[in-house]
Design a protein around this ligand. Structure first.
Ligand SMILES: [Zn+2]
Ligand SMILES: [Zn+2]
Length: 577
């Protein structure tokens, strides 16, 4: 068992099913084996992951080996509707829990939990096995799939970034001349709290109001309200729209900084970046505590972000006239910038400036202008919300409404304006084609600058960055932004709350809690002859879901008070009424 990995306290998926089990729903028994596409539809209808990752579990107490399916954990409907929906429900719970907190969340940073440690070790093991497989010329798709799943788990467990991307290059310090000035805004004395003010009514009731804010980017040209497309595409400022989308998350960061400065307390928020009909990103933000509406508008108006990147005004290389790559000469030490070669002008042989050199030039150039300046549009919506009110629920709906969709995913083929909207999206993609998306973007070569960490084979217009893709339309950042002291729980902890609750309801013991070393897990390779066909695994998932649902419904019938809708809300299961 060389592939064995010891994994304490893994997320326990569903209970395994014996296909000959007479208690299986008839539908499931009768359709084994079944056409895969039917199984996928059945799985979707039942809220079961359609890309489950199969793993085998060895119970070290009993010696039994059982197959399990771990959900893929996708957040977008286009990938896996059931997982995307569950993620959306979890986000709603997270939003609800932190919004109107009455007591300060505990703020000590927790040390890495056992969970987090094993995830990292697990990730490293799986990566090593994948690399070995690749070296041996084997199929690695199933390893990659497993790795993707583990990365999602790692992020969900509250750790930032990814394991391999954690290079510790010191951050570049910009010259003070370029530092962005704090805008001229009122400032309150700083208080050490994350809670908003409360207000006492004459009748003795205490009100704890919070805010719901929607921030939008400026106009790039008149939009036809019915279609969400420009009235005049030839004058619509696609270039500005592209740059605003690319750097939107920085503008949001500035807004939060300014907000905290004005409010005078450690303002907490739960925000989502959602697509507007005109295909620009905008921001919904639930904010704990309250500020006067006029002040919020003032903060939004004063907030800006400058992008200090090299100029892209002049196209220096295009078509067949592109920079050429030359290896640097051998030396014992690795190069400090990590590059092993450089790009040169194809006609003159002139060395193009590296990314760092280009930034240094920018720093010393007194006349330099920022590449782009972002501001919010004038349309700022501020709504006061009271804890537990129907308004609060409605806002939580807004904040999570499109989380299962990509930014460019709102194109409905049945929409009568489909063609016009598709053309609009295509023009946006075209505007993003040669726009540098990040310091490492291959497009820098077009403007005579070597991308950061340049490598052989880079081509302007062929950057693989997410931002250029039609489904992202410039915004490649996180779709949900949650401040550190919101609910004081990670998404994974919210998930475990529910899991514990379901196990408790079902009267099942949480075995991993008592003995974290009991189980040994092992991914199942595509070559494994004992691997279960996908259709069968999907139906196994459906059968599990049916049994869980039936059991919950039965308990529900006996329980006093808790309505069935609440049950589904808490478990992420759709419990049939
Ligand atoms: Zn899934
Ligand atoms: Zn790029």
């Amino acid at each position: 068992m060389t592939d064995t990995l010891v994994l304490p306290s893994t997320p326990v998926p569903d209970v395994p099913v014996d296909a000959s089990d007479r208690t299986l729903p008839r539908l499931v028994r009768d359709t084994l084996p079944v056409a895969l596409d039917v199984a996928i539809e059945v799985a979707k209808l039942n809220g079961v992951c359609i890309h489950p990752i199969e793993i085998k579990r060895l119970d070290t107490h009993t010696g039994m080996v059982e197959p399990f399916d771990v959900p893929c954990g996708a957040t977008k409907e286009a990938k896996c509707p059931p997982c995307a929906k569950r993620n959306q429900q979890l986000r709603r719970a997270q939003c609800r829990e932190g919004w109107h907190l009455e007591a300060e969340p505990i703020a000590e940073p927790h040390p890495a939990t056992d969970d987090q440690k094993w995830l990292i070790e697990f990730r490293a093991d799986v990566q090593a096995k994948r690399d070995t497989a690749e070296r041996d010329g084997e199929e690695v798709a199933d390893w990659d799939e497993a790795i993707e799943g583990i990365d999602a788990e790692i992020n969900a467990s509250g750790m930032r970034g990814n394991v391999l991307g954690g290079r510790s290059i010191p951050k570049r310090s910009r010259s003070t001349r370029r530092r962005q000035d704090a805008p001229d805004l009122p400032k309150r004395a700083k208080q050490d709290t994350t809670l908003g003010r409360t207000f006492n009514a004459p009748d003795g009731r205490v009100y704890r109001p919070s805010l719901f804010v929607t921030l939008t980017l400026p106009s790039y040209g008149k939009i036809r309200a019915d279609q969400g497309v420009p009235v005049n595409p030839s004058t619509y400022d696609y270039a500005a729209a592209a740059r605003d989308a690319l750097h939107f998350s920085k503008l949001v960061d500035r807004f939060v900084q300014n907000l905290r400065r004005v409010a005078g307390y450690d303002v907490q928020y739960f925000a989502s970046v959602e697509p507007q009909k005109r295909l620009a990103p905008h921001l919904h933000m639930a904010i704990r505590g309250t500020l006067p509406r006029a002040e919020m508008k003032q903060i939004a108006a004063a907030t800006y972000h400058q992008v200090w990147w090299p100029s892209v005004d002049e196209v220096r290389f295009q078509g067949d006239h592109l920079p050429v790559w030359g290896e640097r000469t051998e030396r014992a030490e690795p190069y400090p910038d990590g590059q092993t070669g450089d790009y040169l002008d194809p006609t003159t042989g002139e060395l193009l400036p590296t990314w760092d050199e280009a930034l240094d030039q920018l720093d010393t150039d007194e006349t330099a202008e920022p590449l782009h300046v972002l501001r919010f549009g004038t349309q700022v919506d501020v709504q006061g919300v009271l804890a537990g009110s129907p308004d609060a629920d409605q806002c939580i709906g807004y904040v999570s409404k499109y989380l299962t969709k990509s930014l460019g995913d709102t194109l409905d083929p049945d929409d009568p304006n489909h063609q016009a909207r598709r053309d609009h999206a295509a023009r946006m993609v075209e505007a993003l084609r040669y726009e540098p998306c990040s310091p490492t973007c291959a497009n820098w070569l077009r403007y005579g600058v070597q991308p950061k960490g340049a490598k052989a084979g880079m081509m302007p217009g062929r950057c693989k960055g997410k931002a250029h893709k039609p489904e992202h339309l410039g915004y490649a950042g996180r779709r949900v932004l949650v401040s550190r002291k919101w609910s004081n729980k990670t998404l994974r902890e919210h998930k475990q709350d529910r899991r514990a609750w379901v196990l408790d309801m079902l009267g099942l013991p949480d075995e991993t809690a008592t003995d974290p070393h009991r189980y040994v897990w092992r991914p199942v390779s595509t070559k494994d002859p004992t691997r279960t066909p996908l259709a069968k695994r999907l139906l196994r998932g459906v059968a599990n879901r049916h049994r869980t649902r039936a059991r919950l419904a039965e308990l529900q019938a006996r329980a006093d008070g808790r309505p069935i809708e609440d049950l589904s809300e808490t478990t992420g299961l759709e419990v049939a009424a």
